[in-house]
Design a protein around this ligand. Structure first.
Ligand code: ADP
Length: 731
């Protein structure tokens, strides 16, 4: 290779170096600065080598060669810096950089002063093929020093690289191995030049190419660097604390948010590693390599609620890289949530209070409407007026149902409804439900079939009131939404130890439910298929109450329905067995239909002659309604307007039954009862005291009995219920 050809080659490489230097100019990163330094050194080094090759005399050749050898040291230094920045993402620490710079400076000075004393090497001129060529002879002590210093730096780089390759996580190995390979190639070429005693130092061209290569590589990864920087900024800015751990559980990174949360001024990696081992011991990684849990810690006496998420990270070849932990401070959310819950509870309490208040207010006039209408039915024989009166009665009944449903739903929503278990006779509960359903189905000319398992134990433990409420809701719907055909009640029973698992199924051949409506069936106030149900009385509350009651009993309602063909509602409940004796074959004796249709309208005329009743109610219309209902029964009725009058009267007269209103000005019904109970030997001591109130609800009866009343009569007064009470206490 001729020296001019080699000089040309060097000039081309210098040109490319210039080109790539400008390519990297927009980059401000540490890496960009370093690559530019490498390029600049390579350009300088190659430039002075070109001067050496083309030098007009020995002096110029000697000076340029000295500069060239000095610059090789500087080149090595910039490459070493590049390796460090590339692998560590930061400048060399001073304890490394200062000694290296001193070494290099010494070596460079040693080379630069060579032309003065020729103490390292001698540049001579030879003529090869009629062309002046320079050759270097070297054997001096200072040449060895220069040579040793350069290779100490090379050796240092190699040691650092090898140490990194051995120690670092698998994912970074590639980075170090590629650096080491490039380095080794350059060094070997340099050594080869020396070994074959080439007149031309070809390794300089590889320094130049290396500078170009690392610049292109830096350019290639520069965008990744920017992304990394941006990611870092984003992670710093996150609202959650982030911690990264390598595969040896060493904390690699944490954002400041973590330390703000735990009240540390600056990152504390030991604490981070404690967090890692402490939390992951409690919550080990599962199959999906990700875990999320909620925690609470006390920091400076304040409770902090955290959501912690830990995720294991793997590379594309499934090598474990490490994991990250993200910590979100939920304290503010929890506090807001608690505030919202208490606001919802407050508004639900207000709603419940409003509902019970309003229903109480409605009941009083309703009592008058219903009761007076009963009197019309009893005393009037004009068919036209009776028809009007029937319409009033059914509307009033609808309002009573509505108010009862309102009250139940608001109690359920307020969490005030609970399951009260007691022993009950299964057969008598069943008879109750069946007779109510039978009356309704009979009125509509629908067949009512029953299929009751004979194995059902006769006495069970459970909340019979609620079970009846559920069954009546579903059976009433079955009757309401069936125009022709039948409804069937089937009850099956499995016995496991001392528990009876009762399966209830109610099937009808009615209008059925459209598929799109099924999802909303249990929502309150929702009614469907208006075309067919519009004329049927309903509130849309029954099923909502039913599912909530079932859920209180750890059960759920299943619905199968084909639109136009009919529906099947089913549920199962577990009941403790009290008496194992089976109920046997259950048959229901259908009463005469005529008796059914009249039963509600008649009061037993004159059956209670000689009995005395006292009505205590501050509302006159209420007293009048009850007095009218008791008309013709033979009972002597007295009415008073307050608890005080009642207490006064019972010391003077004897009464068999006292109907006490709850809410009265001055002294309410409960206080009046307590005062009566405190009185010694009063005339009415043995009187039956019945609470007469508009405070209804499905558990009102139990409530008033628990307060000491003998019985309970809700307003509006249903003649049937009144008759039941009179029969029970006065016959
Ligand atoms: P209500 O019967 O008072 O309207 P429910 O909550 O009991 O309220 O029922 C909600 C709606 O579900 C009813 O309005 C009706 O459209 C539908 N539904 C309930 N039971 C049946 C049934 N057995 N057959 C057809 N539709 C029914």
């Amino acid at each position: 290779m001729t020296k001019s050809f080699f000089a040309l080659l060097l000039c081309i490489v210098i040109g490319i170096n210039f080109f790539v230097i400008f390519k990297t100019l927009p980059l401000k990163s540490l890496m960009a600065k370093c690559t530019r330094a490498c390029n600049a050194m390579a350009i300088l080094g190659m430039g002075v080598y070109v001067v050496y090759l083309l030098a007009p005399n020995v002096t110029v050749a000697c000076i340029s060669y000295s500069f060239f050898t000095g610059l090789i040291s500087a080149m090595l230094l910039t490459f070493f810096s590049f390796v460090y920045i590339f692998t560590h993402d930061r400048m060399m620490p001073k304890y490394i950089s200062i000694p290296i710079h001193l070494f290099m400076l010494l070596d460079m000075t040693n080379n630069f002063i060579n032309p003065i004393w020729n103490h390292c090497y001698e540049v001579k001129k030879t003529v090869i093929n009629y062309v002046d060529t320079y050759s270097v002879t070297n054997s001096s002590f200072w040449y060895v020093v220069h040579f040793a210093l350069s290779y100490i730096v090379v050796a240092l780089i190699m040691v650092v690289l090898v140490a990194k390759i051995i120690k670092c996580a698998s994912v970074y190995k590639r980075k170090y191995v590629s650096i080491a390979t490039i380095f080794m190639t350059v060094i070997l070429l340099d050594a080869a030049t020396l070994a074959v005693k080439l007149n031309i130092n070809i390794s300089i061209i590889f320094y130049g190419i290396l500078a170009i290569a690392i610049t292109i590589y830096a350019l290639f990864i520069a965008s990744r660097d920017v992304i990394n920087d941006m990611l870092g900024l984003v992670v710093e800015d996150l609202n959650s604390g982030i911690l990264f751990f390598d595969n040896n559980h060493k904390c690699l990174y944490s954002n400041q948010r973590v330390w703000d949360m735990f009240c540390y001024d600056k990152p504390n990696f030991e604490r981070a590693e404690e967090i890692y081992t402490g939390t992951l011991k409690k919550h080990p990684f599962e199959e999906n390599r990700k875990i999320v849990w909620n925690d609470s810690v006390e920091i400076n006496g304040e409770k902090m609620y955290l959501t912690v998420e830990a995720q294991q990270l793997f590379d594309s070849k499934n090598n474990y890289l490490g994991c990250y932990i993200s910590i979100i401070d939920e304290t503010e959310n929890v506090k807001n949530f608690e505030r919202e819950i208490s606001m919802v509870q407050e508004s639900s309490r207000n709603k419940n209070n409003f509902l019970s208040q309003i229903s109480h207010e409605i009941r009083t006039p309703l009592n008058a409407i219903y009761g007076m209408n009963e009197m019309i039915q009893k005393e009037c024989s004009d068919p036209g007026i009776l028809q009007y009166s029937n319409d009033i009665k059914s509307s009033a009944e609808m309002m009573i149902d509505l108010i009862n449903d309102f009250l139940d739903l608001s109690k359920l929503e307020a969490g005030k409804m609970s399951i009260k278990e007691s022993k009950y006779d299964f057969k008598s509960m069943l008879t109750n439900i069946i007779s109510i359903t039978y009356i309704k189905s009979n009125d509509k000319n629908i067949d009512f079939y029953i299929d009751i398992d004979s194995k059902i134990p006769s006495v069970l433990m459970g909340d019979t009131l609620r079970i009846q409420q559920i069954l009546i809701n579903i059976l009433s719907n079955a009757v309401k939404y069936t125009e022709k055909g039948s409804i069937t009640l089937s009850i099956k029973c499995d016995i496991i130890d001392d528990i009876a698992n009762l399966h209830f199924t109610i099937t009808d051949t009615g209008i059925g439910i459209k598929d799109e409506d099924k999802a909303h069936l249990f929502e309150a106030y929702k009614r469907f298929d208006y075309e067919h149900t519009g004329k049927i009385q309903g509130t849309g509350l029954g099923l909502s109450i039913t599912i909530q009651l079932l859920s209180l009993m750890d059960s759920a309602l299943n619905v199968e329905s084909t639109y136009g063909k009919g529906s099947t509602f089913s549920f199962s409940i577990l009941q403790e067995i009290i008496n194992y004796a089976p109920i046997g074959d259950f048959t229901y004796h259908k009463p005469d239909a005529k008796i059914f249709s009249n039963i509600n309208r008649t009061m037993p005329a004159g059956s209670f002659y000689g009995k005395k009743a006292l009505i205590v109610d501050d509302t006159e219309v209420n007293r009048r309604v009850l007095s009218s209902l008791l008309k013709n029964t033979g009972i002597a009725v007295t009415g008073v307007t307050s608890g005080f009058e009642c207490l006064d009267l019972i010391t003077k007269d004897h009464f068999d039954i006292i109907f006490l209103d709850h809410h009265m000005p001055g002294m309410d019904g409960v206080e009046t009862l307590n005062r009566i109970n405190e009185m010694d030997n009063n005339e009415s001591y043995n009187a039956k005291i019945v609470m007469l109130t508009a405070n209804t609800g499905s558990d009102a009866k139990e409530y008033y009995i628990s307060l000491g009343f003998d019985d309970y009569l809700g307003k509006p007064i249903l003649p049937d219920k009144l008759k039941e009470i009179l029969n029970r206490y006065l016959l």
